[in-house]
Design a protein around this ligand. Structure first.
Ligand code: TRP
Length: 335
């Protein structure tokens, strides 16, 4: 809770570009949450350097991500969209929470195990304590809810454990966050392996539609989408490829599944794929136009970055000061 309003926190890495899955599964639905929650959407650049990055690229991608969130409809006057590195309380609280987290707990994290395998030449301490920084992100804003994908559930659980441990020693300092369960967005699957979620880190570019893909690319990727060998447009467990395309078409157009089955009852896969591609092109066009327009307006984006960092710093420092006092750091002397 912040000033009597429930708060929501989500962090996103600026590695890779957002996909249609990120948009239809999450972002599109977040636009409606701004009245109910005090919302924070943080570009987690501190987390990004746990893996080696090209500095110029990281800076560009982080700014693009922030801009894209606004282009996709999040009102930056109401939603606090900011860079983690602009709020030093993240690092400071992470240090303190490190001292309340056990090696054994971190050793169990499946993401750490996966990433250690993937980046065997750079298993750094930051990669190991990544979940503690994430706990700091969430707890700084007294977050009530956190929208996370299934891959981040374990990190949310450790956040709750750390918060409960801290509270049991020092009293009610942190709100215990819950996973956000609200209107669930569509679960969009890979176009090449429809049993797998569409992911921005998929190595096959044909598997994902990126929000910035141009119309030709989008149509081409849908034409190549993996389906099955009959030619019937029917929503069924046994037809994961077609089911995914129906889900995408339904989210993009607002049509229901029975309506879609009826509309394409006498069409083949080729026509259907083209229709889905065209629907997605029209869905993304306004976002892409807005992104281009915003990207040109440097002064506007800079003002958003500045104002939202101020807002985030205000709330984050409030929690940090409380924590510092609880653990026994000396009071600051004001002149
Ligand atoms: N680890 C998350 C991911 O890779 C990103 C993240 C960082 C996050 N801090 C967070 C997500 C706090 C939710 C809340 O997706």
């Amino acid at each position: 809770m912040l000033d009597g309003k429930k708060s929501l926190f989500s962090g996103m890495q600026a590695t890779g570009t957002l996909t249609l899955g990120n948009y239809l599964g999450a972002l599109k639905n977040w636009v409606d949450l701004e009245d109910e929650y005090e919302c924070f959407y943080c570009v987690v650049d501190l987390h990004s350097i746990t893996v080696r990055q090209n500095p110029a690229e990281l800076r560009k991608r982080a700014r693009d991500l922030l801009t894209l969130y606004i282009a996709a409809g999040l009102n930056p006057e109401k939603n606090c969209i900011y860079y983690q590195s602009h709020v030093s309380a993240h690092s400071e609280l992470a240090w303190i929470l490190n001292c309340f987290t056990y090696m054994g707990e971190l050793n169990r994290m499946t993401q750490f195990k996966d990433k250690s395998k993937k980046h065997a030449d750079n298993i750094n301490a930051g990669l190991f304590t990544y979940p503690v920084l994430m706990a700091a992100d969430i707890l700084l804003f007294q977050s009530d809810v956190v929208p996370v994908g299934s891959d981040q559930k374990q990190h949310l659980e450790i956040t709750r454990d750390i918060a409960e441990r801290f509270n049991s020693i020092y009293g009610d300092v942190f709100t215990i966050p819950e996973p956000y369960i609200g209107k669930v967005g569509a679960r969009i699957m890979s176009l090449q392996e429809p049993s797998k979620k569409m992911s921005k880190s998929d190595e096959n570019p044909n598997a994902s539609i990126y929000l910035m893909d141009d119309p030709d690319t989008i149509i081409r990727k849908f034409k190549r989408a993996v389906t099955d060998s009959d030619n019937e447009i029917r929503y069924s467990e046994e037809k994961p490829g077609i089911r995914n395309l129906i889900d995408i078409y339904s989210s993009a157009t607002g049509k229901t599944i029975p309506e879609i089955e009826k509309e394409f009852a006498s069409s083949g896969y080729g026509d259907f794929k083209l229709a889905v591609g065209e629907a997605v092109v029209s869905l993304l066009k306004p976002i892409q136009d807005k992104f281009a327009e915003l990207s040109k307006d440097k002064a506007y984006i800079n003002s958003i970055i500045k104002n939202n960092a101020d807002k985030a710093n205000y709330y984050a420092n409030k929690t940090l000061r409380k924590v510092q006092k609880k653990v026994g750091f000396p009071e600051r002397i004001r002149s």
